[in-house]
Design a protein around this ligand. Structure first.
Ligand code: FES
Ligand SMILES: [Fe+2]
Length: 348
């Protein structure tokens, strides 16, 4: 499936964000992840778990069912499953068939995110999760906040492509966080095992509109670092450091912002995905204000993704693409994901 090899969808052996921890409670929360129905909930002892969301009897959604202690009782004919996936009760008979199980998935709460592993559970190593210090999610004076949990009617790679090509900032987000410098400044790309890093160091630049919004008029030039670290298969940690330009006669190098943004992209169906956006900042910077300011920015990315998905529905799964040098990072990201799928033997 575009932009991957025909028939291929997404890597399974990797940690994907299933939700923000705060979204998972006693209530059953249904989500489609990598084409599979999943139910997320907290057991009575507080532990968050993920199990399959389809009753194997007649396919009733278990998310629309009810809790009986730590178990789920299917809302259709009452067959009950424990958090270990095993059937504990069939109301119509005494014998509980061994084949009556639902899948269970490794789920790890890591800072504000609950990461799920949909592939081979033997390979679900928590050491593969993004390092919280490295992404700036922990540290002295750092506070972090989930902003938006979105369902996007577009395939996940369109959103990954968006995050791997920040030249769109000056156009899709011209009224807020970007300007032409985001496209014209050369990009530095570093490939590591499982991580793809992009940086643009923009010097003596015109400030984008967000600077006037938060720091008033009167800042003529700024220095910016714009970056994105893609932790495959679905987590992007963004960097947006801004300071008054070193060339400024009065306040050279004065820091304006040093916050971090987090975009988690999780495939849902072949033409939809989940998008979890969060931010961290030093104490004193208002995350509430940034949350309100960034709402339309996220809507712009969602809009672009959904419109491209609609376009693909018209033109088909194999559109010609005229790629540019600025697509290098996105192409690397696609290749790395494709390599993960190849390693799993998908489409073999
Ligand atoms: S569909 Fe679930 S018990 Fe029948
Ligand atoms: Fe964007």
């Amino acid at each position: 499936m575009y932009p991957f090899r025909p028939g291929q969808f997404a890597p399974k052996n990797g940690w994907y964000v299933a939700g923000f921890c705060e979204e998972i409670g006693q209530e059953l929360l249904g989500r489609t992840i990598l084409g599979e129905p999943v139910v997320l909930y907290r057991k009575e002892d507080g532990e968050a778990v993920a199990v399959g969301g389809r009753c194997p009897h007649r396919h009733f959604p278990l998310a629309e069912s009810c809790r009986v202690g730590d178990a789920i009782q299917c809302g259709y004919h009452g067959i009950t499953f424990g958090p270990d996936g095993k059937c504990t009760k069939v109301p119509s008979q005494v014998h509980v068939p061994k084949s009556y199980t639902i899948p269970t998935y490794p789920l790890v709460e890591h800072s504000i995110w609950a990461f799920i592993w949909m592939g081979d559970p033997e390979k679900a190593d928590p050491a593969l999760l993004p390092d919280l210090a490295e992404i700036g999610a922990v540290g002295d004076g750092i506070h972090i906040m989930p902003f938006f949990s979105e369902f996007v009617e577009g395939r996940y790679q369109l959103l990954n492509d968006n995050l791997l090509d920040l030249t769109h900032l000056g156009y899709l987000h011209a009224s807020s966080i970007g300007n032409e410098d985001n496209a014209s400044t050369p990009e530095e790309i570093t490939k590591e095992d499982g991580v793809l890093r992009s940086r643009r160091y923009i010097v003596d630049a015109d400030p984008p509109p967000v600077i006037e919004q938060f720091h008033g008029k009167g800042i003529a030039k700024i220095d910016r670092t714009v970056g994105m670290d893609f932790y495959l298969p679905g987590f992007h940690a963004g960097i947006g450091d801004m300071s008054i330009a070193a060339s400024d006669p009065d306040r050279p190098g004065k820091v304006l912002s040093r916050n971090r943004v987090y975009h988690a992209v999780t495939p849902a169906t072949r033409s939809s995905c989940h998008y979890f956006f969060a931010m961290s900042a030093s104490v004193g910077e208002s995350l509430e204000k940034m949350k309100a300011y960034l709402r339309p920015v996220i809507d712009e990315d969602k809009f672009a993704t959904e419109e491209i998905e609609k376009m693909l529905a018209v033109v088909g799964e194999d559109p010609d693409e005229l790629l540019l040098k600025s697509d290098t990072n996105a192409v690397y990201g696609r290749r790395m994901l494709q390599a993960m799928m190849d390693a799993e033997g998908q489409g073999a």
